[in-house]
Design a protein around this ligand. Structure first.
Ligand SMILES: *[C@@H]1O[C@H](CO)[C@@H](O)[C@H](O)[C@H]1NC(C)=O
Ligand SMILES: *[C@@H]1O[C@H](CO)[C@@H](O)[C@H](O)[C@H]1NC(C)=O
Ligand SMILES: *[C@@H]1O[C@H](CO)[C@@H](O)[C@H](O)[C@H]1NC(C)=O
Length: 416
């Protein structure tokens, strides 16, 4: 048996949970575009708001850009309308999109998206009201799941505002069952852990249920457009190691979600944007942009469409990476085991004084097996760095990272 397959088998035997959700979806982390971080709940579409309010024109324009500007080819497939598409009241028991901003209706918008080869995602809430006070799914799970299926929705993010913590263990699985009953495969994103005191770990005891009922779940705080926000989210993740419940819960069909990418926004420098994209890829996180694809810089495009970094994110082994050295300091090393025995490594310098520092990784310290003699490739520089034995030392500028892929060196390369 191949070593990676053997490790996978060992791991699956060790998993405490019986079975994961098997709707056949999200076998690699979903990729796409979502309204929330950039467009929030802007509902005023007159004057200057016309370009950035939540309406069908915004979604159609982004769908055009996604299909035509290389995003779909790179793997970005879902286009998701977050909160604020619906009216505050139901009509005949059904959810209703705001008729001023979505005059063609959701089914027609879904068709527009599908015609471009993209997938249609949207948002709801497990409570009576969404986070912005609009209509939630509570008490209407079956009708609402059916409404989404009728509109040919492919992905639903279900938020947890205005719901009691203790009811979530009943309601998130129940909404998942209602989705299943429609017969339409719909990716199910649960915000449940973001509302629990320990984020579903430890005594919260909901990690197991997440894996059984959800394709992905928002673990922690919402991201906002600043490096501080990225740092606070990565500081929540850096404490995890290979045996951690949260790391082990990720796999094909079920993923942890640290929230959207800020790349193409206003808050991150180019090196910080690379760092977020590298870390999210190593975390096996969903890659959802929330930017303006009608007006995006070449630097941001190059980061987001970097095929070699995306390949790490989409690696078929589906293991989540974690911090392996220097996790409480400024010089951190993160690693993720990949299919075929390759390893993705991030050398991150969180310092901000001076030019940079050298960081060394002795590969024997990795908590999984890798090659003793290996070749290393720099994924942002798109350069092979050479053949190495036992360890790798790299110079990393402040506020920056370098992302490396380690793979087996051929005998011929070793001889040279
Ligand atoms: C909407 O925006 C326009 C121009 O940007 C402004 O004049 C108007 O007062 C706004 N309407 C509301 C309801 O806030
Ligand atoms: C419904 O659940 C069953 C059992 O887990 C699964 O085989 C099937 O694919 C699911 N269907 C949909 C549409 O999610
Ligand atoms: C992972 O971390 C936990 C607690 O932080 C610790 O008890 C455990 O030994 C660590 N496991 C590994 C493999 O490092």
């Amino acid at each position: 048996m191949e070593r990676s397959a053997w490790k996978l088998l060992q791991l699956s035997l060790a998993l405490p949970w019986a079975r994961a959700l098997d709707n056949g979806l999200a076998l690699t982390p979903p990729m796409g575009w979502m309204t929330w971080q950039r467009y929030r709940c802007e509902t005023n579409c007159s004057g200057e708001g016309a370009q950035r309010c939540i309406n069908e024109d915004l979604i159609k324009e982004m769908a055009d850009r996604m299909a035509e500007d290389g995003w779909l080819d790179a793997g970005y497939q879902y286009i998701n309308i977050d909160d604020c598409w619906m009216l505050p009241e139901r009509a005949e028991g059904r959810l209703v999109p705001d008729p001023k901003r979505f005059p063609s209706g959701m089914a027609a918008l879904g068709e527009y998206i599908h015609q471009r080869g993209l997938k249609f995602g949207t948002y709801g809430d497990i409570g009576y009201k969404t986070c912005q006070g609009l209509t939630g799914f509570h008490d209407h799970f079956e009708e609402d799941a059916q409404t989404l299926a009728d509109w040919k929705v492919d992905y639903i993010k279900v938020d947890g505002c205005n719901e009691n913590q203790e009811d979530m263990a009943r309601d998130y699985p129940a909404f998942g069952a209602a989705l299943n009953k429609t017969g339409r495969p719909i990716v199910y994103s649960c915000s449940w852990p973001a509302y629990m005191p320990h984020h579903c770990e430890k005594t919260d005891g909901c990690m197991n249920s997440l894996i059984q009922h959800c394709n992905l779940w928002r673990n922690f705080d919402d991201v906002a457009d600043s490096w501080d926000s990225v740092k606070s989210i990565t500081n929540f993740w850096k404490r995890l190691n290979s045996s951690d419940e949260m790391v082990q819960s990720a796999g094909p069909g079920h993923w942890n979600d640290p929230d959207m990418l800020l790349v193409g926004g206003f808050g991150l420098s180019v090196s910080e944007a690379q760092s977020q994209f590298a870390l999210w890829s190593l975390f096996a996180a969903p890659l959802f942009m929330s930017n303006d694809l009608r007006d995006i810089s070449q630097e941001a495009r190059d980061i987001l469409q970097n095929r070699e970094v995306i390949a790490v994110n989409q690696d078929p082994l589906g293991k989540q990476g974690f911090c392996v050295a220097g996790c409480d300091g400024n010089l951190r090393v993160w690693a993720r085991p990949l299919a075929g025995g390759d390893v993705a490594v991030i050398f991150q310098n969180l310092g901000f004084a001076g030019d940079g520092d050298s960081i060394t990784l002795p590969t024997s310290t990795l908590p999984f097996k890798t090659f003793r003699i290996f070749k290393a490739r720099d994924l942002f520089a798109k350069k092979d760095l050479g053949i190495f034995r036992e360890e790798l030392t790299l110079y990393v500028h402040v506020s920056s990272c370098r992302m490396i892929r380690i793979s087996a060196a051929t005998e011929q390369q070793i001889m040279v």
